[in-house]
Write a protein that binds this ligand. Structure first.
Ligand SMILES: NC(=O)c1ccc[n+]([C@@H]2O[C@H](COP(=O)([O-])OP(=O)(O)OC[C@H]3O[C@@H](n4cnc5c(N)ncnc54)[C@H](O)[C@@H]3O)[C@@H](O)[C@H]2O)c1
Length: 212
């Protein structure tokens, strides 16, 4: 119960690593907002967690498109109204697109950067404002990737967006240190999640994770 009394928002928590992190937070005593574009999936995760924990209600689902700046503020407001504040933000929502270099379109580029980078910025600003107002610091954890530390022939937009996540993490850490807000990134290697099944180009008709 190392996180008893803490409130976390995990984006993209309806699936994969986000779901696993939400489960781990609840096991450690935190309350968690399950924020995802996939509302049904978020509801299912919240239901599972509320059934499992000793606390009366430890999880709450929220429909979030991280690209929408107003919704980024709304999810923070939801955490405050439901659980009393925000101590941890995990910027986990992200998309992988696998495609040949010569076929990358503007839609593909925007898809990767809008979700993986712009969404991370809006969420972090909203959470940081709340953490600063609370005056007790906080944690922001960004999902980067090993792909952000090297290039790969078939995933240029993904590699570039995750390199940007590493850079954004460093800038955010410096900007928020004075408020005792600690900003880190995790850079996993390949993890077997549904992300890989959905890693097709949105420009070629496949929805990808963000289209669900
Ligand atoms: N799986 C891997 O091998 C791997 C490796 C390194 C880093 N990562 C990163 O880890 C994070 C989680 O990946 P995963 O493998 O668990 O993916 P996943 O596809 O299982 O889950 C991603 C979740 O993000 C949600 N999502 C997508 N677009 C969204 C949006 N616009 N707004 C809100 N939610 C949105 C999806 O609905 C989904 O529930 C991602 O940032 C990914 O880039 C994954």
């Amino acid at each position: 119960m190392r996180l008893a009394g803490k409130v976390a928002i995990v984006t993209g928590a309806a699936s994969g690593m986000g779901k696993a992190m939400a489960r781990a937070y609840v096991r450690e005593g935190a309350s968690v907002v399950i924020a995802d574009l996939n509302r049904e999936g978020a509801d299912a995760v919240a239901e599972e967690l509320n059934g499992s924990a000793a606390a009366e209600r430890c999880a709450s689902a929220f429909a979030l498109d991280v690209r929408d700046r107003e919704r980024a503020q709304a999810v923070v407001d939801h955490a405050v109204a439901t659980f009393g504040g925000v101590d941890i933000l995990v910027n986990n929502a992200g998309v992988i697109t696998i495609q040949p270099f010569l076929e990358i379109t503007e839609v593909d580029w925007d898809h990767a950067f809008d979700i993986n980078c712009k969404g991370l910025l809006w969420g972090s600003q909203a959470a940081a404002r709340q953490m600063i107002a609370q005056g007790r610091g906080g944690k922001i954890i960004n999902l980067a990737s090993q792909a952000g530390r090297r290039g790969e022939g078939l995933v240029l937009t993904y590699c570039a967006s995750k390199a940007a996540v590493i850079s954004m993490t460093q800038s955010m850490a410096l900007a928020l240190a004075e408020h005792k807000i600690n900003v880190n990134a995790i850079a996993p290697g390949v993890v077997d999640t549904p992300a890989w099944e959905q890693g097709r180009s949105p420009a070629r008709g496949a929805a990808g994770a963000a289209g669900r």
